[in-house]
Structures are given as structure tokens and as C-alpha cells.
Design a binder for this molecule. Structure first.
Ligand code: 5AD
Ligand code: SF4
Ligand code: FES
Length: 353
């Protein structure tokens, strides 16, 4: 046995037993030779099994508007991207799409959009109230930055959860990638969401240009500090219609390791096997489900809009209808010896499981 293999094994077995990994230890895991990565992924798989069990939660993703007033350098929806045809669903269309998701067996939907000024808080609340009054779905919103009062209004309208990735924990890198946004504001929003009573999801991309193992370790520690209920982690995929189109993307193994270390650190948080992981590798989502992840978010948006929600190229499922994806993903989950959860998939924090 090599020294490094032994060292990685010790770190993982201590982490598995619940010892909190330090920043230096996380960096050691992140930079270990690829041949030892499986030790980390397997430890995370066991922690996942012990903490959240074998059920996989499905959330139906509704991409209701691809308009965005922001200009994140990595994202195809950025306002400067004039090549993209923009669309938005009307309030009733979003509600109908949610009803269809429930008919397909989903217990939970995620309503995601760019930061679209057309969708005022009042309109978002109308959608939430419409879905809550006609279905039994849990609702996650993912529509960007708002004030505390606005988040509170959304929560009072009945939304259960909110996803807002911090994208990177490095203030410097954040500034570079988001010329017109502010890191402290982002963190403020995450605290406001918690105060407004939401189950809070955050997360980041792996392999952004300029990212170092130190930054990646701090991303993971920030998830723990924020005590998130959910954490979405996916590789950066260069989009040719953006500033970063010529850069290198994140690697599958690095993204999988980040998911695995998140499981070791966050214990019973919900961790999705992200669409970006499925885009890098046809079995990317399955690999993530075997490395700590316990959630999948299949697309349930109407077919005609699918290809326009182009965060990055070659997104999976763009030509597959919602019924097909529901069956496909159930097959993949069952193929791993796991099963689709039947409950709403609320947070497991502050519960005994
Ligand atoms: N590659 C990977 N993920 C991306 N996102 C946006 N653009 C890209 C890209 N090029 C992610 C961001 C955002 C989420 C909705 O999609 O992390 O929070
Ligand atoms: Fe807009 Fe979100 Fe894309 Fe940034 S990442 S440009 S806020 S859709
Ligand atoms: Fe969409 Fe498999 S989940 S085709």
C-alpha cells in the first residue's frame, strides 16, 4: 500500500465516523491521485446510505423563463447573449406544467428562471398559490436575488424551499465572473432566505477558470457554514456563446469528488446528481448517485422551450418528453438497486432521519 493510499483511507474512514475534516485535509482529498478517488467516493456512498438511505428523491424541473437581467460570464442566459431566443411561460402555463408533473408521479417541483423582471414577486406568488391550491406538490423556487421582504412574501404564498447557488466562495473570482453582482449580497440573500423560513439550497460549479483546490475546499466549507438543506454541485461546462467559451471545463472526477466530500461534510443534506454531471458523461448522474448524491431533478418543462434554456451546450434530455424522462430515471435508479422516494423529500436537518 502506498503512503498516499493509506493517508486517503485514514482521512475517509475518520470522516465516515463523523470527524469534521479540516481545510487542509479537504485539500488533500481534492488533489489526491485519480486512482485513489474511489476510496473517497465509496466512503461517501456509505455515509449517504447511513444518513439518508436508499431512496432517491425526484424533483420535476420547470424552466419557466430564460430572460435574465444579469451577465454571469459562464452562463448562456446572460443578457449580453443576443444569439438566444428568449421565452417565458405564462402564469397558467407554469401551473399546468406543475399539474402535469404531479400526474407523472412527482411530489415536488423546482421553478427555475433567469432573473426576469417580468416575473415580479406578485406574479411568482400567484404561480405558487395556483400550484398549492390545485396540487399536493412541494415547491422549490430558484429565481435569483430578492430582498428579505420579497422572499418572505414568497414563503407566505406557500413556497417551501429556495435554491440559490453562491457559485464560488472566492470574492475575487466571484467579482471576475459576475461583473455586475456582489458576493456579500449573495451571502446576504442566503441568510435572508433562511430567516424567511425557507429550506435553503446552495452550491457551486467545479472547475471554473481561476479556481484552485483551496477555493474548492472553501466552497465545501461554506456549504457547511451555511448549514444548507440542499447543495447542488456540478462541473463548469464552457458555453461558446459566452465570455468563457474558450476555457477548459470542469472534470467529471473532480465534480464527483466534490459531491462525495460534500456528503462527508454535510451528512444528511440533500445532494442532487446534477444535469451538468449527466451532460459530461452519459452515466454521470448514476456515478454521482453512487458517490453521495440522493436527488435527481429531471426536466418537466414543455418540449418547445427545452433547447432555449441553454445554460451550457449539449444539455441532456432536450428532446425527451417528461414522461420519457420519468421512466428513464426510474429505470436508472432501480438499476442501481435503489428506489424512487414516495414522500415530498423535505429537509432531513433537525430530524432523526
Ligand atoms: N456550466 C455549468 N453550470 C452552469 N450554470 C450556469 N452556467 C453554467 C455552465 N456554463 C449553473 C449555475 C447556476 C445554475 C442554474 O446553472 O451554477 O446557478
Ligand atoms: Fe442569469 Fe442565473 Fe445565468 Fe447568471 S447564472 S446569467 S443569474 S440565469
Ligand atoms: Fe431524460 Fe433519461 S432522464 S432521457
Amino acid at each position: 500500500m502506498t503512503n498516499q493510499m493509506e493517508r486517503i483511507g485514514t482521512l475517509c474512514s475518520d470522516a465516515e465516523k463523523g470527524k469534521a475534516l479540516t481545510r487542509e485535509e479537504i485539500i488533500e482529498l481534492l488533489v489526491c491521485e485519480d486512482q485513489y478517488s474511489n476510496i473517497i467516493l465509496e466512503a461517501a456512498d456509505r455515509v449517504r446510505q447511513g444518513e439518508v438511505g436508499d431512496h432517491v428523491h425526484l424533483r420535476g424541473l420547470i424552466e419557466f423563463s430564460n430572460y435574465c437581467k444579469r451577465n454571469c460570464e459562464y452562463c448562456g442566459l446572460r443578457r449580453a447573449n443576443k444569439k438566444l431566443n428568449r421565452y417565458r411561460l405564462e402564469i397558467e402555463e407554469v401551473i399546468d406544467t406543475a399539474k402535469n408533473a404531479e400526474r407523472l408521479g412527482y411530489r415536488s417541483v423546482v421553478l427555475q428562471s433567469g432573473e426576469d423582471p417580468y416575473y415580479t414577486v406578485d406574479k411568482i406568488c400567484k404561480i405558487v398559490e395556483g400550484i398549492k391550491s390545485s396540487t399536493d406538490l412541494a415547491i422549490t423556487l430558484s429565481c435569483g436575488e430578492f430582498s428579505y421582504e420579497e422572499y418572505k412574501q414568497m414563503r407566505e404564498a406557500g413556497a417551501d424551499r429556495y435554491l440559490l447557488r453562491f457559485e464560488t466562495s472566492s470574492k475575487e473570482l466571484y467579482k471576475k465572473l459576475h461583473p455586475d453582482s456582489d458576493y456579500d449580497q449573495r451571502i446576504q440573500c442566503l441568510n435572508d432566505l433562511r430567516r424567511a423560513g425557507f429550506q435553503v439550497g446552495s452550491g457551486f460549479m467545479v472547475g471554473l477558470p481561476g479556481e484552485t483546490p483551496e477555493i474548492l475546499a472553501d466552497n465545501l466549507l461554506l456549504l457547511r457554514e451555511l448549514d444548507v438543506d440542499m447543495a447542488g454541485i456540478g462541473p463548469f461546462i464552457p458555453n461558446p456563446d459566452t465570455e468563457l467559451g474558450e476555457e477548459n471545463g470542469g472534470l467529471l472526477i473532480d465534480a464527483l469528488k466534490a459531491v462525495a466530500i460534500a456528503r462527508l461534510l454535510l451528512r444528511n443534506a440533500h445532494l442532487p446528481a446534477t444535469t451538468a454531471l449527466g451532460t459530461l458523461d452519459p452515466r454521470g448522474r448514476e456515478k454521482a448517485l453512487c458517490a453521495g448524491a440522493n436527488v435527481v431533478m429531471p426536466n418537466v418543462s414543455p418540449m418547445k422551450y427545452r433547447e432555449l434554456y441553454a445554460l451550457y451546450p449539449n444539455k441532456i434530455c432536450v428532446t425527451d418528453d417528461p414522461g420519457h424522462c420519468r421512466n428513464c430515471i426510474t429505470g436508472k435508479i432501480n438499476g442501481l438497486g435503489r428506489s424512487v422516494a414516495k414522500d415530498h423529500g423535505h429537509t432531513l436537518k433537525n430530524t432523526n432521519k
